[in-house]
Design a binder for this molecule. Structure first.
Ligand SMILES: NC(=O)c1ccc[n+]([C@@H]2O[C@H](COP(=O)([O-])OP(=O)(O)OC[C@H]3O[C@@H](n4cnc5c(N)ncnc54)[C@H](O)[C@@H]3O)[C@@H](O)[C@H]2O)c1
Length: 405
């Protein structure tokens, strides 16, 4: 076997939970460590360790990504009431992704992993549709109140200079109800817009932005306005690249996306991006074929899979049953991080290795060897064969070895 490729800079690794944690280990042991010599700063974001460290580990991991520029993250549980019982937690810790996004103030870009034998459900789609999800504020950084009795709900802003507060009546409650306060900042929206224009230009794809500014005439309108202002700054570069910027309402964007042929970066507000990326993931074949990267305004990159911890498969795994969970997006998280590390460190052999690993993974699926989620959506062929996760990783490893040796 040829010499291992050496990664010069430090990679920040964020381990996670359940089935993805099991697959993560497999991917590292079989596809990375035999070929790559890397300096890793490891953070265990598995729920038991988040609980043990009072969630400090998540903040430390975010700081490490700030310091070293490139991170790679496994999927993690966002605790709810059931999880508190299941893991005997001290409290309902916040979503690690929410914490990372708040610290890095980044934008999440999601792109499908395309293979020739899985055709998108939407026949019109010929090229990838990338999603740019604003990763700050809105409902993910909200305050909520369960209203138990009649009363008045007001929105109040008190200026720091002591001048008179601005007040709006939200609702006069006649009985029980619910209340929510959300916010965003010009700075974060502008960074989001800049990141989207940069990414669209980098990928040479049209940029769409959508919101609901006809209803939300101050909040969403601010997004529209900032994107419009930024589009002026990027006009010349976009024209030279033969790409365009287009704004439309979210409902119109959803209708149009179904008829478009793809090749678009669709910039979405935080919640829209959360929902739409799962829709696209599933329409392109499987949630497990959607990669994700959080890009901070200063240029830090955190790569991950778009999917969760594949909880049901994990319970089977715990009972000793084999599962056919799909590690593709986890593999692409690692290759994305390695490519970025190679680009920053100017080590083309690291980029080349990551590309070889991606090719080995894609070719494995294209040869018909695939996990259960993919066989249901693949073009029918006598070559198609469902394998368990470990066999799938072994098939990729064999392909990779052939390329490298
Ligand atoms: N980025 C993240 O860390 C992240 C994202 C979403 C959910 N979560 C967490 O994951 C846990 C499970 O959430 P969920 O069930 O809503 O989401 P999920 O993505 O784990 O699963 C949703 C569905 O897709 C299937 N699926 C997803 N990934 C797959 C894969 N790699 N191979 C085969 N099938 C796959 C699952 O079997 C399930 O039917 C929750 O605790 C949630 O908090 C984490």
């Amino acid at each position: 076997m040829s010499k291992k490729v050496h990664v010069k800079g430090t990679l920040v690794e964020l381990d996670g939970d359940e089935m993805t944690r099991v697959m993560w280990k497999m991917v590292k042991e079989k596809l990375l460590l035999p070929y790559v010599d890397m300096e890793i700063e490891y953070f265990d974001l598995g729920l038991p360790n988040r609980d043990k460290t009072y969630d400090r580990v998540t903040l430390e991991a975010a700081e490490a990504i700030k310091k070293h520029w490139v991170g790679v993250k496994c999927a993690t549980i966002t605790p709810n009431k059931d999880r508190i019982k299941e893991y005997n937690l001290k409290k309902e810790w916040p979503s690690p992704n929410g914490t990372l996004r708040a610290v890095l103030d980044g934008t999440i870009f999601r792109s499908p992993i395309l293979v020739s034998n899985i055709l998108p459900t939407v026949k019109a789609w010929k090229k990838p549709i990338h999603i740019g999800r604003h990763a700050y504020g809105d409902v993910y950084k909200n305050q909520e109140i369960r209203v138990e009795q009649p009363g008045t709900a007001e929105l109040v802003f008190s200026p720091a200079d002591g001048s008179a507060p601005t007040k709006r009546l939200v609702h006069e409650f006649k009985g029980p109800g619910i209340l929510q306060g959300i916010h965003n900042t010009d700075d974060s929206i502008r960074k989001f817009a800049k990141a989207c224009f940069t990414y669209a230009l980098d990928q040479k794809v049209d940029l769409w932005f959508s919101d609901k500014d006809t209803i939300s005439k101050t909040y969403d309108s601010r997004f529209t306005q900032i994107f419009r202002e930024e589009s002026e700054n990027w006009k010349t570069e976009f024209e030279q690249a033969h790409i365009t910027y287009f704004f439309t309402l979210i409902d119109d964007a959803v209708a149009r996306i179904m008829r478009s042929e793809g090749g678009i970066l669709w910039a979405c507000k935080n919640y829209d991006g959360d929902v739409m990326s799962d829709m696209l993931g599933s329409a392109y074949g499987s949630l497990a074929m959607m990669s994700s990267v959080l890009v901070s305004p200063s240029g830090q990159f955190e790569y991950e899979a778009a999917h969760g911890t594949v909880q049901k498969h994990y319970y089977k795994h715990l009972k000793g049953e084999k599962t056919s969970s799909n590690p593709m997006a986890l593999i692409f998280a690692w290759t994305g991080a390695l490519k970025k590390r190679g680009e920053l460190d100017k080590t083309p052999d690291v980029v080349a290795f990551a590309q070889q690993l991606e090719n080995a993974a894609l070719e494995t699926v294209q040869s018909g060897v695939m996990t259960g989620d993919l066989v249901k959506v693949a073009v029918p062929s006598s070559n198609n064969k469902v394998v368990y996760t470990e066999e799938f990783v072994d098939a990729i490893a064999a392909n990779l070895r052939r390329k490298i040796d």
